[in-house]
Design a protein around this ligand. Structure first.
Ligand code: BG6
Length: 297
């Protein structure tokens, strides 16, 4: 069987390669592991809470309906950092395709974290579709506004990629992009041909064309390629020494050397979705450039 469901998670194994698999925790519909031919592609803290007591530190947490801690919006400012999708247990909707194996998870206000969702009284249906290819992982989101008024939200896939050595890692294809540095609280055009890491980094690259693949290269080898569909922004984050030390669920403490977050999102402004409308977006992760053609289901 290529799909195994337990009370807490769903594991998909690729039918033509038993060493390629993805594990999705129902809490947060968080991908906690993606193995490609036996090799783990994502970083997961050894102290990550997988029991629903807090969002997972690592893997692919889902950020909705707000990115970061909002200070200005009347409704969104009431929510905790990164919203409530990552703190809610999603419903497993089952398998929708056998090859590549594809599953769906759903979230709506009835099943979302009640304490948090009551702070944002809008009606919505979220459907997350996870497709495990032989050489890629696609996570796609559809947001439906089921309320009577416009829905204003951010979306982001908070993807923690596994790398061998942060000081010998570069993130490419962001040159010339406008970036907002969340630490300096300044915007500028990034003129560096590649992003390299020597300290804490927390940058929002804005309006990056979707045909610009973001590539992570480690010790000269292409490690990850991140393709975005309808997600104009990309956050690049590494907490480095002090920030990692301050996060109780970040272990080992030098784990920042083995991770970099490249987070496709719609975060520098809000999606404004009229009543009854749907919005969708996706990220496709692979090791090298993929000639991935989105196929309508
Ligand atoms: C990133 C933000 O997306 O998430 C950072 O840009 C933040 O500012 C990081 O520190 C982790 O957030 P959290 O809530 O999971 O600790």
């Amino acid at each position: 069987m290529s799909i195994e469901e337990t009370d807490s998670q769903v594991v998909i194994t690729h039918p033509s390669n038993s060493n390629t698999s993805v594990t999705i925790l129902k809490y947060g519909a968080t991908v906690t592991s993606w193995k490609l031919n036996g090799e783990e592609q994502l970083w997961l803290s050894t102290a990550a809470k997988l029991d629903g007591s807090k969002p997972v530190r690592g893997g692919i947490p889902l950020v909705f309906p707000v990115f970061g801690k909002n200070q200005n919006d009347e409704l969104l400012s009431k929510l905790p950092q990164h919203g409530f999708a990552r703190n809610s247990t999603w419903e497993f909707l089952g398998q929708v395709k056998s090859n590549p194996p594809t599953v769906q998870f759903g979230l709506n206000p009835k099943i979302a974290n009640q304490e948090l969702v009551k702070l944002w009284p809008l009606d919505f249906n979220l459907i997350l579709t996870i497709e495990l290819g032989e050489d890629f992982l696609k996570t796609a989101i559809e947001v439906e506004n089921a309320s009577e008024e416009n829905m204003k939200f951010n979306w982001l896939f908070h993807t923690y990629l596994h790398i061998e050595d942060i000081e010998d890692t570069m993130v490419s294809n962001l040159v010339g992009m406008k970036v907002y540095d969340q630490l300096l609280k300044e915007s500028f055009i990034d003129k560096h041909p590649v992003v390299t890491f020597h300290q804490e980094t927390d940058s929002i690259y804005q309006n990056v064309d979707s045909d610009r693949l973001i590539q992570v290269v480690g010790k000269g080898k292409p490690l990850h390629t991140v393709k975005r569909e309808n997600l104009p922004d990309a956050v690049v984050w590494n907490p480095w020494v002090d920030k990692s030390a301050g996060m109780g669920d970040f272990e080992p403490k030098d784990g920042f050397k083995n991770m970099v977050c490249v987070e496709p999102g719609h975060v520098s402004d809000f999606v404004v979705l009229p009543p009854g409308q749907k919005w969708s977006a996706a990220q496709i992760l692979s090791k090298q450039e993929l000639n991935y053609q989105a196929i309508e289901p």
